[in-house]
Each structure stands twice: as structure tokens, then as C-alpha cells.
Write a protein that binds this ligand. Structure first.
Ligand code: HEC
Ligand code: HEC
Length: 469
């Protein structure tokens, strides 16, 4: 134990201990570089802090299938599995824990080699039409997300598990800035192979999405609907067309403003978490008691399950408190001249019209510590038409084929130290901040063109500003 601690300390010293100031704090803390997104908001009570720690465990913990061959038949299933694992994985799943995709609560990484399996992504799919609540219409054989793995024990050992395999091939193109400097851009081409339940069929719509960073989600939930609508109104005067998504709220049994996910298709952190357990890990909950096996997936329907709900209420509560309480880091190096110049360019180029620097949270009974605070997330939580190059062609409630929610930019400069990822944009195609900006189109085209026509020195200043966030 002592040795591990001193190793960690040595590592953090080697990388330089990171100073972090959370949005809700005045004081700076020294933390391990990879822990910057995992800091709690200030003012949690001892009871909440205890729940925060329990929630982090739920996030990191592994989930297991009760029919896993390594489990002796004599194992008492009312107790946790080996190494404290929870029961209930599958039948279909993408990963065995949340942290596999959201490493240290950070973003996923797109693997650079063409032909790699998309392991920290999800591939959403649907067919034309809408479900009963105006959401995407599930594919009859594959549902709304491809799960690459399953827990089914097969007689034929050579049969592939899961629904299918998702590979990413990169297609590159060259881009030239106005001053002649060139840049290579890459775009993913999704390949779905080894389909176990028949061809996808014509008209199937696919949307590849990289895992998002999770910090600050509670603070964003605490921004009032009214303030989001006000932002949308204000943007009309600037020639922009930011709109909220309106999505199915299964907890409140109504339609609510969408806030989370790349197309803002989830209304609350609590629902987003239950949905992730269900679709990414096959773990049922009080909210989603049924496992998503489609009618043709007989083995999935017949697979042994653990008791319902597999996501026990106390675990759901703890991980929700944890995620809601994750603070986001404030800007560093604020007074460096290049950062200051970059900030001015960010405003002058029109970036700040969508990536709104400052928002205010409102009264928030779910976690009063988040209420009435000024935060600097650099988002408007609204959907914008980002043009044909970024379009996935798959509508998601009110989000059209080319619409995406303005990605919050807080903490983006430390993404690499958190999860070794600088894969930006919804599908992780951008390998760095500069590529992310150049891909902006549609409503963001004028701002992007300002960037691509700036002298190089100004582009570096703007990037230095983003790196400071
Ligand atoms: C297979 C990878 C994968 C796994 C496993 C996974 N996620 Fe995600 N997560 C994603 C992707 C991809 C998105 C974006 C989804 C979208 O846009 O539809 C996301 C989005 C989120 C968001 C919204 C963040 C935001 O800023 O809007 C939260 C919160 C979240 N996941 C929590 C969880 C939790 C909790 C678990 C464990 C139960 C989990 N995720 C498991 C890939 C994953
Ligand atoms: C019209 C609104 C709009 C404007 C203007 C705009 N953006 Fe964005 N920005 C977005 C949206 C929407 C996304 C997410 C797009 C996606 O994932 O495909 C995004 C994504 C990003 C990302 C990647 C974030 C991540 O987590 O992956 C960066 C960096 C960024 N913008 C910087 C800028 C800069 C710098 C400017 C000004 C030159 C700018 N943006 C102008 C809407 C806008």
C-alpha cells in the first residue's frame, strides 16, 4: 500500500502535481493529474461526501454475469462477486464498467489505426420513423445501440458473441489555411461486421459517438429551463438558430428539455445513468426494468438474469450523487498574454455566441450546493446545425441530422492528462483542438472561417486560450 502511494506520488511529481480550482471553490488544490475531473463540488455534507465516495466505487466497479464460468456453483449470489464485483451484466453489453469508456470521468479515445474496434464509442442506430415519444425508431433486430458482447453460453464455441462488431476506418483529406499552412483531417467510416441477426438493411441510420467527459453535469442540470430558452431567444438576434432539444423524460413521465449526450437527448443525469446501465452494460433498473433483447434475439431473451433491479436503488442513488457532484476545473494561466489575446479572439470570432462563457445556476433542490452559482462551462446547451460534414444523418428527438449540442469547453485543456484523450467532436475524429475548430460548419461556419483566415500567430493565441480551459 505504502509502495503504491509513493509510486503514485512519484508519478505525479514527474508529471508535475496539478493545481486545480473547481468552479465552486475559491482555493486551489493539488491533485494527481488524472484526478482533475473527479473533484467534488465544495460544501458537500459528510453524509453526501460518503455517498460521493460510494458512487465513485459504483462507477469504477466491475459488473459480472451470474453464469460466468469462473463463478463456482456454490457462490452465494446474495453476496458481491469476486473482487467486490456487482451482478447483472448483460445479456448484451458494450463494457463491464462505466470507467472503461469514461476513464477518470474523462472522454473516450478514438484509436488512430484504421480498422480498429470502436471500444470507447457507441454506435447508435435506428430506422426511419419515431418511437411512441418522438424519439429514434429502434432497428427491429438490433435496437438503438450495437452491443458488441454478450454473456450467452454457446454450444458452438466459434460463434461470435454480441450483436456485431463495429470498426472504424479513417478517411483523410487535406485542408489549407488562408496563409497556406496545411492540415490533415480525418473522418471515420464505420464498418459493422459479423452481424449476428441479419443485415442492417437499407435506410438504417447510424450515429457513431465518442464517450463524453462527465464532470460538471450536475451544474449544467442546475441551469434553469428559463435561462436556456432565454439564450435561444437572444441568439436569434445574432443570426444563430440555437434550439433546445425536447426529449422523453421517463422519470417525470413528461417531455423535458434535453441536456446530456451529444444531441442533448437525455433530460437529467439520473436518467442518463440508468440509460447507460441499460444500453451500455445490460443492467436493468427500476426505471428500465426490461433488458433490450429484440424479438429475434432468442438467446438474449432466454439468458439467465440476476434479480430485478440489477442496479439496486442505493447504487443508482450513490452514482447519481457522485456524477452530479463532479465539479469542473476553472481556467488556468489566465494572465498569460497569449491566453488573454486568445480569449479576445474567441469572442471576436463569434465562438462565444454558442460556447457561452458564463451561465448561472438556479434554485436546485436535488443538490442545493449547486444552486445560484456562476459557472463558466462555455456552452449554451442548445442544438446547432453544424453543416453536412459533421452530420450523422440520424435525427434524435428534435435534433436534426446535422444538429449537435454545443460541446462544453470547460476542462478541455486538461483532457489529455485525465484520460489520455484529445479525441474531440461527437465521433472523436478531431485529434486536437485545431482540427475540431476546422470541422465546424453550418451555423458555425462564419466563426470557423474567421479562424482559418487568421494569421498563424493569432491561431496559436486562440489555441492557447482553449488549452487554458
Ligand atoms: C461503451 C462506452 C460507454 C460506457 C460503458 C458508458 N458510457 Fe456514458 N457515454 C458514452 C457515450 C458514447 C456517450 C454520449 C452518448 C450520446 O451522445 O448519445 C456517453 C454519455 C454519458 C453521459 C453524458 C455526459 C454529458 O456531458 O452529456 C453521462 C453522465 C454518462 N455517459 C455516464 C455513464 C455512466 C454512469 C456509465 C456506467 C453505467 C456509462 N456512462 C457507461 C459511452 C459510454
Ligand atoms: C454555432 C455554434 C458554434 C460556434 C459559433 C462555435 N462552436 Fe464549437 N462547437 C459547437 C458544437 C455544436 C460542437 C459539437 C460538434 C460535434 O461534436 O460534432 C462544438 C465543438 C467544439 C469543440 C470540440 C469540443 C469537444 O469536447 O469535442 C471545440 C474545441 C470548439 N467547438 C471550439 C470552437 C471555437 C474555437 C469556435 C470559434 C472559432 C467555435 N467552437 C465556434 C458549436 C459552435
Amino acid at each position: 500500500m505504502k509502495k503504491t502511494l509513493s509510486c503514485l506520488l512519484a508519478l505525479s511529481l514527474a508529471l508535475g502535481p496539478t493545481m486545480v480550482t473547481p468552479q465552486t471553490a475559491k482555493a486551489t488544490k493539488v491533485v494527481l493529474p488524472q484526478d482533475v475531473y473527479k473533484q467534488p463540488v465544495t460544501g458537500l455534507t459528510p453524509k453526501q461526501l460518503k455517498q460521493f465516495k460510494e458512487g465513485e466505487k459504483v462507477f469504477n466497479n466491475f459488473w459480472m454475469a451470474v453464469n460466468n464460468p469462473i463463478i463456482p456453483l456454490t457462490w452465494d449470489l446474495s453476496l458481491p462477486g469476486p473482487a467486490g464485483a456487482e451482478w447483472g451484466l448483460g445479456p448484451m453489453f458494450m463494457a463491464t464498467n462505466c470507467a472503461a469508456c469514461h476513464v477518470n470521468a474523462g472522454r473516450g479515445r478514438a484509436i488512430d489505426a484504421s480498422g480498429s474496434l470502436a471500444v470507447q464509442h457507441v454506435l447508435r442506430l435506428s430506422v426511419p420513423g419515431q418511437d411512441a415519444h418522438g424519439g429514434p425508431n429502434p432497428h427491429p433486430n438490433y435496437g438503438t445501440e450495437i452491443q458488441m458482447f454478450d454473456i450467452v453460453t454457446r454450444k458452438d464455441k466459434s460463434a461470435r458473441a454480441g450483436e456485431a462488431e463495429v470498426f472504424i476506418d479513417w478517411v483523410t483529406q487535406k485542408f489549407s489555411f488562408a496563409d497556406g499552412e496545411t492540415l490533415e483531417l480525418r473522418q471515420p467510416k464505420v464498418r459493422v461486421e459479423n452481424l449476428n441477426f441479419g443485415a442492417l438493411g437499407e435506410g438504417t441510420m447510424l450515429s457513431l459517438r465518442n464517450s463524453q467527459a462527465m464532470m460538471g453535469v450536475g451544474l449544467l442540470e442546475a441551469v434553469s429551463d428559463k435561462d436556456i430558452l432565454k439564450l435561444a431567444e437572444m441568439q436569434k438576434t445574432k443570426g444563430l438558430n440555437g434550439r433546445p432539444n425536447y426529449v422523453r423524460d421517463d422519470i417525470r413521465q413528461q417531455t423535458s428539455i434535453g441536456r446530456f449526450g451529444w444531441k442533448a437527448n437525455q433530460p437529467s443525469v439520473r436518467q442518463q445513468i440508468a440509460a447507460a446501465f441499460s444500453s451500455d452494460m445490460g443492467i436493468n433498473s427500476a426505471l428500465y426494468p426490461e433488458t433490450h433483447c429484440t424479438a429475434v434475439q432468442k438467446e438474449c431473451i432466454e439468458a439467465i438474469r440476476h434479480d430485478k433491479p440489477e442496479l439496486r436503488p442505493e447504487l443508482w442513488a450513490a452514482i447519481t450523487t457522485w456524477a452530479m457532484s463532479l465539479d469542473a476545473p476553472v481556467q488556468r494561466d489566465k494572465d498569460k498574454p497569449e491566453v488573454k489575446r486568445g480569449e479576445q479572439l474567441f469572442v471576436d470570432s463569434g465562438c462565444a455566441a454558442c460556447h457561452v462563457p458564463e451561465l448561472k445556476t438556479s434554485q436546485f433542490d436535488a443538490l442545493p450546493q449547486l444552486a445560484n452559482r456562476k459557472i463558466r462551462p462555455y456552452t449554451d446547451l442548445l442544438l446547432h446545425d453544424m453543416g453536412p460534414e459533421l452530420a450523422d444523418g440520424r435525427p434524435d428527438y428534435k435534433a436534426g441530422a446535422a444538429d449537435w449540442r454545443t460541446a462544453p469547453l470547460w476542462g478541455i485543456g486538461v483532457s489529455k492528462q485525465v484520460s489520455a484523450s484529445t479525441s474531440f467532436l461527437h465521433d472523436g475524429r478531431a485529434r486536437n483542438l485545431q482540427e475540431a475548430i476546422v470541422w465546424h460548419g453550418g451555423e458555425a461556419k462564419p466563426a470557423r472561417d474567421k479562424f482559418t483566415t487568421m494569421p498563424k500567430a493569432q491561431r496559436s493565441d486562440l489555441l492557447a486560450f482553449l488549452e487554458s480551459l
